[in-house]
Design a protein around this ligand. Sequence first.
Ligand code: PEP
Ligand code: MG
Length: 762
Amino acid sequence: MLSALRTVAQKVGAAPNLELAMAALVQCVKAEMGTEVCSLYLLNAEKSCYVLMATEGLKQESVGHVSLKPGEGLVGLIAKREEPLNLQDAHKHPNFRYFPEIGEELFKSFLGAPIIHHGEVLGILVVQQRDARRFEDQEEAFLVTLSAQLAGIIAHAEATGALRMMAQQANAPDHTRVRSHGTSFQGISGSPGVAIGMAKVLTPRGDLAGIPLLECDNVEVEMKRFHNALVKVRAEIQRLGQTLQNRLSSEERALFDVYLRMLADNAIGGEVVNRIISQKLQARSALSQVVMEHVNTFDAMEDAYLRERATDVKDLGLRVLAALDASDHEKRVYPDRTILIGEEITASMLGEVPEEKLAGIISVRGSRSSHMAILARAMGIPTILGVADFPFQQLDKQEVIIDGYSGKVHTSPSAALKKQYDGIIFEEKALSRYFDTQKDLPCETTDGHLIPLFVNTGLPSDILRAQERGAEGVGLYRTEISFVMRDRFPSEEEQRLIYREQLEAFAPRPVTMRTLDIGGDKPLPYFPIEEENPFLGWRGIRICLDHPEIFLVQVRGMLKASEGLNNLRILLPMISSISELENALRFIHRAHRELTEEGHDIKLPEIGVMIEVPAAIHQIREFAQRVDFLSVGSNDLTQYLLAVDRNNARVAELFNSFHPAVLRALNWVVGQCRKENKPISICGEMAGDPSAALLLMAMGYDCLSMNANNIPRVKSVIRQLSLTEAKALLKDTLVMDHTKEITEYLRSRLEAKGISRGLLHG
Ligand code: PEP
Ligand code: MG
């Protein structure tokens, strides 16, 4: 089955456009399954119906003309039930609908499978045969597997507008215009905010296979660039041949002539030029397309000698590509309001774009704690990461909206959607002006309850932003960020200086410094950790306790930095047992003792523990008895309670701190701390969400710590409600069973109290 699946995937993948891909699909499935008919129906989202888009075996005239609503006919039934349908005699099924124009009457047996992407039925794949027989289980499994694979391809085509273009080119009647609006993709929010802009797709240099098909602005210029690159590579090859003259036989030297011939106008060189002209492609794209086609052809050959030629072609292609890249003197042109898109946008790519032109970032790979995401947040650039099945290669120069609040990317947005987002951008600007007026007001409810809003920091630039937004202290300083920015562990003195800057900037206000929390999704380039399951692996305090030399240096750096300021608090991450906590405390006390012996006069800081592992919840009182304060890391706590990877876009919708289990755990934790008379704060992202902040305040959290950008939003909402009202909301939500029920309830209740959507949309 695997080889049949691979054959279909290869043929579909090799088709130059969507129409041919669909034709190849039905042809290939029909051949591989040995059936008499294979047809593909796709969703027309505007009309909510499934249109016949390709068939092999039924009448071609019916393509684009037959459509069924969900529930209508057998195709509609599959869409409605979202499961395959395997019938011995389709005509006898009560749902069977007869279309005279389709020529179906000859075929009795029927097998159809839905093509589902992210829970939406995008299409139906059907095979039919004359004989009345039930398709075998294996055949059904084949069709289901294939449909699952196709889902990504079809979603991809929607995003790039290929489906719409196809329908328009064919001048198809209205009802065949399949999903003529753009598509949305879900990722992870890397940095909040909304941006509408023009996609600029970046690809890493020197990777032939990863070059997208990008159109050029000027064919003449591209041809000239390609020609110059060829001249350069030809000269290079001739030089190589001459250098090796004495060491190679004449037969071996002939290989260089073969290379030169391959580059000639009647071979690869000419093919690339043709593509540049006929498809208006950039030279890099045309080169990649031609070379990869040849490489694939050679690769597929039986003969080992010929298969080897793939290596030669690739080598040549890479040489020309390098020459093209090197000749790329003129800087990349970035449009106004650039939305930078790439497989993995790095911090250095970010640096290439003039700051005034950069509106947003989408990186298909990467996590919130990647170096790039940290910089993006510091710069206030809306950013989305980890977008599953995102067809970024084909989005260059297309209009894109990114919603850094929800992690959504909208491609080819409709005018209505743009208008909606224009509204959000307008509101953001108005809000930001309003927030400036709130900076120095206390975070106080209408009935006089005060709750301090602290800030989460990491970058040096966070200090200024935090002060501008009126942070009352630092609830979480992520020390690992300054470790990520280097190529080795910072020395004790280097760390002392970094920490001193933070402590001085906020003194006399408290600064809560978390000891190194690396591992998981926060790798250090100079301390690689290869693990199958890094979030359940060697991370946070586990690494520190295994490496006292790293831990002690850090703690000494913190303590020394606090000398004379006395506003340091130390926070321990990822603690999952009492012995871990006790060992960490022992190290801190030891470092303090040693520094005192060395003549320093340092006050022992308050020491706290993070509650971010489920085990900690169940030993919270024992933890509380041993420390001065507690701080909940709701990001990890949510991840571990719900068993949802916080950085995995495929399950991003399941990662929700409003899940009843998370809320109940958070509520329980506060009650336990009260019994031990210890203060408890929260420093996960959740604290920066205004409705969550209200619930947390009502639960009794003593302090909320968040990204500086969220402080004004949270403060404004808290200042509009009383603690009594917040407690009533909490009481209601704590008995609810569903996440959605909770979030919708909170939104509607707060809106009813006159709190604007713009404020809650944080
Ligand atoms: C958390 O887990 O909620 C937290 C604040 O820490 P981090 O996001 O750095 O893991
Ligand atoms: Mg954490």
